[in-house]
Design a protein around this ligand. Structure first.
Ligand code: PMP
Ligand code: GLU
Length: 385
């Protein structure tokens, strides 16, 4: 049978595949350090778990039909207003099984066959494939490392055609850790003016910032009517396995997405949603994890930069070290085979990044220390050859 052509052609998720690989190697007894998956090593904070258990024991296990339980959507609306300056009603929010699904719903609801989506790169591995799976055309907009990957209107302009429909932004960025500045927002405002383009702003790493608050495009008067904001619980609250995210934006987009939602998702687990209401009050726990990420960033990025031939960008947010290696070949594969350290190859984040590897530092300090030791040893050895 002929399968769906678009889906058949999409690439596997490099980050997910390498997380699976790390698990398999570990299970078969290989001493591997898995820094490929962006996953907090912290456990979900106790009050969140307690609430889920309470709800389960109470029997809150039935369908929670609709966009999400009202108390959660109201709380998210308050959070978006307080933290991000985004004004939306509870009706303009859909709670999804993970932020990934929120992105998928948005792309599916906005894109017709052949429509183009601008994706500044380096960018997270799933945007291009979600667009492809939706019969759209991802258009990579390579940002300049020399310019610290700054988004500029004139660069975006070069890639616009009559088919351009969407621009995907991610701040703090996966994989670079760059955060969008006020100046870049002004560039984006200039760029979208007079165009029929929707912005998808992925802010899932918002709480993991080392330079202050993240700037949300939807908080700007000029952008609020054309911006969909995605966020979720995986990273900020160490809830990756709970699968909960959300999308917020103008009703016309949300209501179209909701049609697809009712036929595919129905609703997310009610006990998970109740626990997420509690999560939004866990500010102390979030702050503690944030301090720990900062400690890891300061150690890991500095230590990598001490290795001759390695240049790691100091991230402003998120928990990734985006490293350039003065080396040829499949660097991530070499490190996996020889150093037993798994990172994601730079080419997964766009063309032209073959000399980069992304490492997650959301890991135990002792693993980061050992990873640095192994990478240093491997680089030293390979330069002798
Ligand atoms: N956006 C980005 C940039 C990510 O790195 C991830 C990683 N999981 C997601 C979205 C999806 O998060 P989740 O589905 O776990 O909420
Ligand atoms: N988002 C994380 C990452 O980039 C987890 C894996 C994935 O969803 O891609 O590593």
């Amino acid at each position: 049978m002929k399968m769906n052509r678009d889906i058949e052609l999409i690439k596997d998720s490099a980050s997910v595949e390498l997380m699976i690989k790390a698990r398999e190697l570990r299970e078969s007894g290989v001493d591997i350090i898995g820094l490929a998956g962006g996953e907090p090593y912290f456990d979900t904070p106790e009050p969140i778990k307690e609430r889920a258990i309470y709800e389960l024991l109470k029997g809150n296990t039935h369908y929670a039909v609709g966009k999400g339980i009202l108390p959660l959507r109201q709380k998210i609306a308050q959070k978006l207003y307080k933290d991000n300056g985004i004004a939306v009603s509870a009706d303009e929010i859909i709670v999804t099984p993970g932020a990934k699904m929120a992105i998928y719903l948005a792309v599916r609801a906005c894109i017709n066959e052949g429509d183009e989506v601008l994706i500044p790169t380096p960018s997270w591995v799933s945007y291009t494939e979600i667009v492809r799976a939706s019969s759209g055309v991802p258009v990579e907009v390579p940002l300049n490392p020399e310019d610290n990957y700054t988004i500029m209107a004139e660069v975006l302009e070069k890639y616009v055609t009559s088919k351009t429909k969407m621009l995907i932004l991610c701040s703090p960025n996966n994989p670079t850790g760059r955060m969008i500045s006020e100046k870049e927002i002004q560039e984006i405002i200039r760029f979208v003016k007079g165009k029929d383009i929707v912005i998808l702003s992925d802010e899932i790493y918002e709480k993991i910032s080392y330079i202050g608050n993240n700037v949300s495009p939807a908080s700007y008067q000029q952008l609020k009517d054309c911006t969909l904001t995605v966020n979720g619980f995986s990273k900020a609250y160490a809830m990756t396995g709970w699968r909960l995210g959300y999308i917020a934006g103008p009703a016309k987009y949300i209501n179209t997405m909701n049609k697809l939602y009712t036929h595919t998702i129905t609703g997310t687990p009610p006990f998970v949603q109740e626990a997420a209401v509690v999560a939004l009050d866990c500010e102390d726990e979030v702050e503690m994890m944030q301090r720990e990420y900062q400690r890891r960033r300061d150690f890991f990025v500095h230590a990598l930069n001490e290795i001759p031939g390695v240049q790691a960008l100091v991230p402003e947010g998120a928990f990734y070290a985006w490293c350039h290696f003065d080396m040829q070949g499949d660097i991530a594969q070499i490190l996996l085979e020889n150093a037993r350290v798994i990172g994601v190859p730079g080419k997964a984040y766009g063309s032209g990044y073959e000399q980069f590897v992304r490492f997650s530092f959301a890991n135990e300090m002792k693993d980061l220390e050992e990873a640095v030791r192994r990478i240093r040893f491997e680089i030293k050895n390979s330069s002798k050859v």
